[in-house]
Design a protein around this ligand. Structure first.
Ligand code: ATP
Length: 302
């Protein structure tokens, strides 16, 4: 039995349809991502999984329970980290954990959670005095305090600096290693690529693909993109004549070339033959961003 099963979910707010048709299943022990731009319907979808919203159509099941009808069963087994959750500024870390632990029959050991989330030395600190990363880690601790089988994490690294973001990813992997199934909402490509075993790409209330990050990337034509500043002006025709080259574009002093996965080798040979040095050379391979554009026709930032 899948841990989470969403079938043809539909949800509207008055006349605005937030979720048109969303289906996916999450297996035990996975980190499953929901990736999509702002307003795609990600939060609405997970709120239906958490039982916070009643679907207008379709079905949702969590460990075999209906989150609306069997709310108590689902609440006991699912831990939710809400988007931008805030606590009173004066509340201490340990007080918050004890309070949340009191809602559950078999809570986790708060000290162990604080250790795992690198908050042990902040146990007596007040919420308002924590850094953004620490607040975020506390909200993850609160989602885990009920010893859930499933954790739902919504935009968990929004607003964090790159180091805090990487630390948080390591925490999520540790949670999964403890056997917790993780449903993760994100609009960061790097986060999805780095963390998720599988992803549902959602756009305008619909699932456009469900696959592993590598599987999604494999759906688009593999491409290499190189950028550099030539040490002297370069005749485009020399490059365009190469069978490996698909496009050549000049952006100021820089040249951007796309082509097959062998394009770097072909272009550097031509440059060497013409005694041109490529300064600031950068090479990019097809990634999840390209797959996202191919699937939805736009970038995440649109
Ligand atoms: N309570 C609400 N009342 C009315 N419309 C809403 C409500 N919540 C969300 N919406 C609308 O429904 C659509 C989907 O929103 P949702 O928050 O599910 O998307 P999202 O993908 O999670 O985006 P974000 O990352 O911005 O939270 C959006 O157009 C949003 O404006």
């Amino acid at each position: 039995m899948p841990v989470i099963e969403v079938r043809n979910l539909r949800k509207r707010y008055r006349r605005r349809v937030a979720v048109e048709d969303v289906s996916f299943t999450v297996e035990r022990g996975e980190i499953f991502g929901i990736l999509g731009p702002n307003g795609a319907g990600k939060t609405t979808t997970v709120e239906c999984v958490e039982g916070l919203r009643r679907p207008d159509g379709g079905t949702v099941s969590v460990l075999g329970f209906d989150p609306v009808r069997d709310a108590a069963e689902v609440r006991a087994r699912l831990g939710a980290q809400l988007q931008e959750s805030r606590l009173p500024n004066r509340m201490k870390v340990r007080e918050a954990l004890d309070l949340y632990a009191s809602f559950y029959a078999n809570p986790a050991d708060p000290d162990e959670l604080l250790d795992m989330l690198d908050l042990a030395d902040r146990r007596d600190a007040r919420f308002g005095k924590l850094s953004g990363g620490q607040q975020q880690r506390l909200s993850i601790a609160l989602a885990l305090v009920g010893n859930p089988e499933v954790a739902v994490l919504d935009e968990l690294t929004t607003g964090l600096d790159p180091q805090a973001r990487r630390d948080t990813w390591a925490m999520v992997e540790r949670i999964r290693d403890r056997g917790v199934t993780v449903l993760l909402v994100t609009h960061f490509m790097e986060e999805a690529e780095r963390l998720c075993d599988r992803l549902a790409v959602i756009d305008a209330g619909r699932v456009v693909a469900v696959d592993s990050p590598a599987g999604l990337v494999a759906r688009v034509q593999p491409e290499q993109r190189i950028r550099f500043r030539p040490s002297r002006p370069l005749d485009d025709a020399l490059l365009r004549a190469l069978p490996e080259v698909r496009s050549v574009e000049k952006r100021g002093e820089r040249v951007v070339i796309t082509g097959t996965p062998e394009v770097l080798h072909a272009v550097t040979s031509v440059l060497a033959r013409n005694q041109i040095i490529a300064a600031g050379l950068r090479v990019e391979q097809t990634g999840l961003d390209d797959a996202f554009v191919a699937l939805t026709g736009r970038t995440l930032e649109d």
